[in-house]
Design a protein around this ligand. Structure first.
Ligand SMILES: [Zn+2]
Ligand SMILES: [Zn+2]
Length: 303
């Protein structure tokens, strides 16, 4: 029997799921963002301005879809410490429909506040994403306590180009072991010119409609990337297969001490790798590394 970790049918749609515009502290208008991303092969942008949720479906056309969302923040304080010393937790919410209007903006910073917010978000039908843990100065003591996120950012381009180690593959592993089912995203979190078109997800969906794209995000029908490409990821007869157009390495992890990395011979090219699943494996997921060292990640598939 074959299980498609990424659906075999449908089309891939390139998406930036974390984006700031002149609606909050971004440099570009929503229209300029659409124009730039479309020119670079994107079909979807989630507009996630800080604490401001605006329906941009007036920008939609047959090849472009605007998702409605916003970014909520929880920050330590009040305190005499400058902002740069205070921990914060940033959360993106993606609305189940373009026109959803209800929001809550509690103030403060605690695991309970964040967890209550995740719960409230789910009650409204939102997808709730955990953003840039490194930039936020949060660590395992913090994210161990968060419950119910739909996905976390394995890569945040804005933070990465700003100098942070915002390539969070290890954080994703730790969150999976602690919390179980969780998807993973690469995003831009763009505010200006220097941080656009770096991190994205490739969504597999039957069509470019709000419902189909939201459902694909909800079901984890996508992979995250900051440059590397992936074609298929499926399980057949106890073997996990990954295909890619041109990889240097393909690596597998499982939640236990069982992993594998296939490396192309010097000057060679990988287009397929397979991995024998062990009955004790908790999940399987793969990472594809291209010849420039850039990475793509499947979501973890729980066995
Ligand atoms: Zn943020
Ligand atoms: Zn942001």
């Amino acid at each position: 029997m074959r299980i498609d970790v990424i659906p075999a049918g449908g089309n891939y749609y390139r998406a930036n799921l974390h984006c700031h515009t002149t609606v909050s502290d971004g440099k570009h208008t929503p229209e300029e963002i659409k124009e730039h991303y479309k020119k670079h092969g994107y079909a979807v942008v989630a507009y996630t301005d800080h604490r401001n949720m605006v329906d941009h479906s007036d920008l939609n056309d047959p090849a472009f879809l605007a998702l409605t969302g916003y970014e909520m923040d929880f920050t330590e304080g009040p305190s005499d410490l400058p902002y740069k010393f205070r921990k914060t937790c940033h959360v993106n919410l993606i609305s189940p429909e373009p026109h959803a209007a209800h929001r809550e903006d509690p103030a403060g910073y605690s695991p309970k506040l964040v967890n209550d917010y995740i719960k409230w978000g789910h009650e409204q039908g939102f997808l709730v994403h955990y953003n840039h843990p490194e930039w936020s100065c949060e660590d395992q003591n913090d994210y161990d306590l968060y419950e119910g996120f739909d996905a976390m950012e394995i890569y945040n381009h804005g933070c990465y180009v700003g100098g942070w180690h915002e390539e969070n593959a290890i954080v994703y592993e730790r969150m999976l072991k602690k919390h179980g089912r969780l998807f993973t995203l690469a995003t831009d979190d763009n505010h200006g010119d220097h941080d656009m078109c770096g991190g994205y997800v490739m969504i597999k969906a039957p069509e470019l409609s709000y419902g189909a794209i939201f459902n694909a995000l909800k079901e984890g029908h996508y992979y995250a990337s900051w440059g590397a490409s992936l074609d298929e990821a499926f399980i057949e007869d106890g073997v996990f297969h990954v295909t890619a157009p041109a990889a240097r390495e393909i690596a597998f992890t499982t939640g236990i001490r069982h992993a594998h990395r296939v490396i192309a011979p010097e000057g060679g090219n990988l287009t397929h790798a397979e991995f024998q699943i062990d009955p004790a494996d908790v999940f399987v997921k793969a990472e594809v590394v291209d010849h420039a060292g850039r990475r793509a990640y499947t979501n973890a598939w729980f066995l």
